[in-house]
Design a protein around this ligand. Structure first.
Ligand SMILES: Cc1ncc(COP(=O)(O)O)c(C=O)c1O
Length: 300
């Protein structure tokens, strides 16, 4: 089954403080292939299906709570294509059943191969090896970020998104912001909220977009996977007020920082700001399990 094109409406969340803030709910695009994953995988999968390989196989990479692993496993189930997830962390070998993301992936039929952090760091080598062993396979990089992903992100933009001065997204591997930066209008400014401390990110994004219309801002809420109590409070208040769920790894951090920037007067008066809700809500269950173990407040 090919992934269809889907139109996502824009919701207004804040008027005041001299700016208008809107959110585009890409999280609603599909219940299991959520947010930016849908669009990053769109051409990867559809082009691969066009090849009509005799023995189709999809292989990809991710961490223990990876939204990308969850999405690829769901695509495998929907399309009937076997999938393999190369997972960072050998220690998960005997514990994956306690991890909601990996359990979901297994239930979708994804095979899981656990590798050490050192092996994972050299995924490029693994990719070459896998491509030799399975010449017909589609090997998708971590987070799905590649040229096809950047092209797919174009579909997050349309006539309605042209009407904004600022386009905001959370940044992990950089494919999403690269697509937004590549295909937005010349007068639009793109802001990426980094959730990973990686000094090479800016250059890698530039290589994908070839545009200089984007800035990267640190969320200030801790490195990858870190969850601060103030962010949990923000996410829970946001859900209560706007009835929009956020998760603590990407969208919750982006949105809290956007609110802070608005408060500080970072955006010029009358700016129209659009934040992309890039999904990832499947991660809340796993995050809550960790928070529960630490006797901390949970995400509602
Ligand atoms: C929910 C969510 N938002 C944003 C991102 C960041 O996207 P990218 O890796 O393309 O920078 C990810 C990671 O893929 C994600 O899972």
């Amino acid at each position: 089954m090919k992934l269809p094109e889907i139109h996502i409406p824009i919701t207004e969340v804040l008027v005041g403080k001299n700016v208008k803030l809107f959110i585009k709910r890409e999280d609603l695009v599909h219940p299991e292939i959520s947010g930016n994953k849908y669009w990053k995988l769109f051409y990867n999968i559809n082009h691969y299906l066009d090849k009509n390989c005799k023995r189709p196989y999809i292989i990809t990479f991710g961490g223990a709570f990876s939204n990308h692993i969850a999405a690829v496993s769901a695509i495998g189930k929907l399309s009937g294509i076997p999938t393999l997830g190369i997972i960072r962390g050998e220690e998960l070998q005997d514990k994956w059943r306690d991890n909601p993301t990996l359990l979901f992936a297994r239930r979708n039929g994804m095979n899981l191969k656990f590798v050490t952090r050192e092996e994972y760091r050299h995924k490029e080598k693994l990719t070459v090896f896998l491509q030799q062993e399975f010449p017909d396979a589609l090997v998708i990089p971590e987070g799905g970020t590649n040229g096809d992903a950047v092209e797919g992100v174009k579909m997050m933009l349309n006539n309605e998104t042209k009407d904004f001065d600022y386009l905001c997204t959370a940044v992990g591997t950089g494919g999403t912001i690269a697509g937004i930066s590549k295909f937005c209008e010349d007068n639009q400014k793109v802001i990426g909220f980094k959730v990973v401390d990686d000094s090479s990110l800016k250059n890698r994004i530039f290589e994908l977009t070839l545009n200089k219309n984007f800035d990267l801002i640190d969320s200030g809420l801790g490195g990858y996977g870190k969850i601060k109590d103030e962010n949990i409070r923000f996410i829970n208040d946001f859900k209560e007020k706007y009835e929009i769920p956020l998760e603590p790894i990407y969208t919750g951090k982006m949105m809290q920082k956007v609110f802070e920037l608005i408060e500080e007067g970072y955006f010029p008066e009358n700016s129209r700001i659009l934040c992309f809700h890039t999904g990832g809500l499947q991660g809340i269950e796993g995050a809550n399990l960790l928070l529960e173990k630490q006797n901390r407040n949970l995400i509602i």
